[in-house]
Design a protein around this ligand. Structure first.
Ligand SMILES: Cc1cc2nc3c(=O)[nH]c(=O)nc-3n(C[C@H](O)[C@H](O)[C@H](O)COP(=O)(O)O)c2cc1C
Length: 336
């Protein structure tokens, strides 16, 4: 069934391929979304995962859920463990006018799985059905689910994945994002892009490919792997190079912006939203990833990792940037 044109994944509403920024905890807040939007090229951006029960006590103007006019099109990602209070949780978000809701069924982090969310929800078929059906009842707008291949490459993992795809379809979900690796792989093993054509054929709904996509070169290396996908979702590379979508759209001649100016712009945007003690945490997190643009960026990352005050963080990073640090051609995305 074709998607209505108001759906963010509908082909009429974007250039091809659809370029999407992934949900990333502590990173894809409104300040970062505005930075992305200032560069342009990104069709859709996901919020960091928002714990459903936490949302219920969040102030309506909380920086965690707030949406600014300059954010671009935003899908709000929910971390849910069961169907309780789903209606109230979704009501809380209505004021933000989400362009879509997404249910996190992919996160392998121990803390998230412990509370029954992310990859753990994906494992539990009955809870998955209950959550998806409750969300679908409460939310008539675009609804997506983000998944991995399953918990681990055990016997029958393919059958298990097909079963979950059927359940997701039956619940009336509109689209899917797939990071084609298992939960136990975390982000260490490479994403298995070769599985995407099979998943697209079985999903029965538009699929966004995610995992280890760094730019048009990833698609150009194996066009057949991505041919049936509705679009691509970039996570770590979008943080390291917030201009990656603009560069993708504009092609070869794109001139990368001044690295220091981008970093300083994020500080300004963070300060618009967060009190100083929260700015420092987010800036530190961003700086850790951003440092990967530089040959000796690991030295900067090491120096700022344990800092607690913004003044020192800014001074150390400014000193590093003032040394005209050499940049890398391909930033490392693995854990440093
Ligand atoms: C720091 C960090 C935070 C993340 N937070 C989330 C999250 O909140 N929700 C989610 O579904 N995935 C989250 N992810 C996973 C990403 O959305 C994405 O699936 C993963 O990074 C693979 O894509 P990439 O290779 O383009 O980075 C996170 C990943 C990282 C590195």
């Amino acid at each position: 069934m074709p998607l209505p044109s108001r759906h963010p994944l509908a082909p009429e509403s974007h250039a091809s391929p659809l370029l999407v920024a992934a949900p990333m905890a502590g990173l894809t807040h409104s300040a970062f979304r505005r930075l992305l939007a200032e560069f342009g090229g990104c069709d859709l951006v996901y919020t960091e995962m928002l714990a459903g029960t936490r949302l219920l006590v969040e102030a309506p103007d909380s920086p965690y859920i707030r949406r600014h006019a300059g954010d671009g099109r935003v899908v709000y990602q929910l971390l849910l463990r069961d169907e309780r209070r789903v209606e109230q949780i979704i009501d809380k978000l209505r004021a933000c006018r989400p362009d879509g809701l997404d249910i996190n069924c992919a996160c392998p982090a121990a803390g998230v799985r412990f509370i029954g969310g992310g990859a753990d929800l994906f494992e539990d078929a009955a809870r998955l059905d209950a959550v998806l059906n409750a969300v679908r009842r409460a939310w008539q707008g675009p609804l997506s689910v983000k998944i991995r291949l399953g918990r681990a490459p055990e016997t029958h993992w393919r059958e298990r994945l097909l079963d979950r795809l059927q359940r997701i379809r039956d619940a009336g979900v509109d689209s899917l994002t797939v990071n084609p690796r298992f939960a136990v792989d975390r982000l260490t093993r490479p994403a298995r892009h070769d599985l995407l054509p099979w998943i697209c054929a079985e999903a029965g709904m538009p699929v966004l490919a995610n995992g280890d996509i760094t730019g048009p070169e990833t698609l150009a290396a194996h066009p057949a792997h991505f041919a049936d996908c509705a679009g691509v979702m970039l996570g770590r590379m979008a943080v390291v190079r917030p201009w990656v979508f603009a560069a993708w759209r504009q092609g070869e001649g794109y001139a990368a912006p001044d690295a220091g100016a981008v970093w300083r712009r994020l500080i300004t945007l963070l300060q618009e939203d967060f009190p100083p003690e929260r700015v420092v945490l987010r800036l530190k997190h961003f700086t850790g990833w951003y440092s990967r643009n530089f040959v000796y960026g690991h030295l900067l990352a090491g120096k700022v990792r344990h800092l607690r005050d913004a003044e020192t963080l800014i001074r150390i990073t400014e000193e590093f940037l003032a040394s005209a640090p050499a940049t890398v051609r391909t930033p490392p995305l693995y854990d440093l």
